[in-house]
Every structure is written in C-alpha cells, then in structure tokens.
Design a protein around this ligand. Structure first.
Ligand code: NDP
Ligand code: 8X3
Length: 247
C-alpha cells in the first residue's frame, strides 16, 4: 500500500459530509489537501481538523470562478465530490429551477473541475481522478428522476474519461454509495430536519468516514492497479427502494 505523502489533493464539496471526511482521511494519509466549496467558514472549520491544507472558496457551477480559484495549481489527486439533490417531486410536478441546480452542479460542475484539472495529469502521465457517483447512477427510484439522471451522467462521464485518457497513466475511479447520513437530505428537503431525519429512521446508514475509507483504499493501491468502480451499500439497504427498518 502506498501512502499519500508528497501528493497534493483537491477535494470539492469539502465543507461537509463525504467531502469533509475525505479531506480528513487524505490529510491523515499524508497528502496536502486543498478543500473547495462555497461556504468559507465551513471550509475553515473542516481544514482545522486536517494538517497541511488550503481552503479555496468556489462554486463549481461557474466555470470562470473555478478557473480563477484554482489558477495554475496542479493536483496529483482530484476528488470531484460536490453535489446535491433537490426535492423528490414526481417529474410532472417538478420545479425546473431544481432540475437546473442539480444538473448545473452534479454534471456541469463536475465537467468544469475535470476540464481544469485533468490536462496537467495527462501531461504528467499520472494522477487520480475520483468522482462521487451514487447508487442513483445505477438505479432510479420514484421521485429521483433528475437527481438519478445527473448521477447516471456522472457514471457515463467516468466511463468516457477512462476511454479518452486511456494510456495516459491517469487512474479513474467512481465511488457509488447508497444512503450516507450527511447534510444531503437536509439540502434535498431545504432545511426540513424532520423529513431529512426520516430518510434514515430505523436503519443504519453509511457514515461519511465509511465512504472516505473506500476512496482512500482506491488511492493507496500500487500505481499499476486502478480500482475502477466501488459500490457501497448500508447493510440495511438492498436497492434504492428496498431498505430494512426497525418497527
Ligand atoms: P453534503 O450536503 O453533506 O455535502 C455536499 C458538499 O457539496 C458540501 O460541501 C457543499 O458545500 C458542496 N457543494 C454543493 N454545491 C456546490 C457548488 N455549487 N459548488 C461547490 N460546492 C458545492 O452531501 P454529501 O456529502 O452526502 O454529498 C457529497 C456527494 O456524494 C454528492 O455528489 C452526492 O450526490 C453524493 N452522494 C451522496 C449520498 C448520500 O446518501 N449522502 C449517496 C451517494 C452519493 P457548500 O454548500 O459549502 O458549497
Ligand atoms: C444519494 C443517495 O439513494 O438518496 O445519492 O439517491 S439516494
């Protein structure tokens, strides 16, 4: 197993949840971590729990802002994690503004980060690009419509990047979790704490640290080993619609 000493990692969406736990795990493994998201105070709190870090405030939806914020920095590791869901409305009742926000963040935001960071990895002939997909990129569920479509797109882009950069020495990984207890549901239900906590009622979800551990596993394999896809479920979850709950 290789450690991450002397590596520089960018983690988007590092102000909360999976991104924050990943920044901590990578930092513990010796990487210098650049934490990126929109909320500076939350980034600074997350950075305080890490060692050698830098904080970069950016909105992945804004390509020019990504360019400006990341500038000429190059990275050995990129964890493209920033993302969100909005609502669980049926598609014929959904709000186009919610659809745009999900597609702009989860798909176009990912593309903005990839377009800015992948070229230097290709030139260097090495690097790791990890995307946060989801089991929602493999199965759809009622009310998941546009969120699921965005995560299917992430999966397609992961496959496309592998092909386009084939032979260039860059490793690509998609990490696709089932239910993880983070701020995800709070954001999805616009701050409704009751609806958000109902999502995980009576079952044991994954923790952000569980997902960070899977990411770290992929990143610490020997250079000739590329862990392509990791799907991790809570033991209580058998599919996006089948969850075992107490009571
Ligand atoms: P959280 O809501 O806890 O964290 C989301 C992170 O993304 C925050 O740091 C947020 O920071 C950042 N973010 C959101 N929009 C933007 C933006 N426009 N620009 C920059 N950063 C942004 O959710 P999770 O940790 O659960 O989600 C992380 C990823 O994991 C997402 O891609 C999600 O789809 C995926 N995922 C989550 C699962 C779950 O059950 N929780 C399961 C499978 C996948 P800020 O608001 O400060 O910008
Ligand atoms: C987030 C998990 O199953 O609620 O990707 O879509 S799920």
């Amino acid at each position: 197993m290789s450690t991450l000493t002397n590596k520089t990692a960018l983690v988007t969406g590092a102000s909360a949840g999976i991104g924050r736990a990943t920044a901590e795990a990578l930092s513990k493994a010796g990487a210098k971590v650049v934490l990126a998201a929109r909320r500076r105070d939350r980034l600074e709190a997350a950075a305080a729990a890490c060692g050698d870090t830098e904080v970069v405030q950016l909105d992945v939806r804004d390509a020019a802002a990504v360019e400006r914020a990341l500038g000429a920095r190059t990275f050995d590791i990129v964890v493209a994690n920033a993302g969100l869901g909005r609502g669980v409305d049926k598609i014929h009742e959904g709000d186009p503004a919610d659809w745009a926000e999900m597609l702009d963040t989860n798909v176009k935001g990912l593309l903005h980060v990839v377009r800015h960071t992948l070229p230097s990895m290709v030139r260097a002939g090495r690097g790791d690009l990890v995307v946060l997909g989801s089991v929602a990129g493999r199965q759809v569920y009622p009310g998941g419509n546009v969120y699921c479509a965005s995560k299917h797109a992430v999966r397609a882009l992961y496959e496309a990047m592998r092909l386009d950069a084939a032979g260039k020495g860059v490793r690509f990984t998609t990490v696709d979790p089932g239910m993880v207890e983070t701020e995800f549901s709070l954001v999805r239900f616009r701050g409704d704490t009751e609806k958000a906590s109902d999502v995980y009622a009576g079952m044991t979800p994954l923790s952000p640290a569980d997902v960070a551990d899977a990411i770290l596993y992929a990143l610490t394999r020997p250079a000739h080993v590329n862990i392509g896809e990791i799907v991790l479920w809570p033991t209580d979850q058998a599919s996006t619609t089948t969850v075992r709950r107490d009571g």
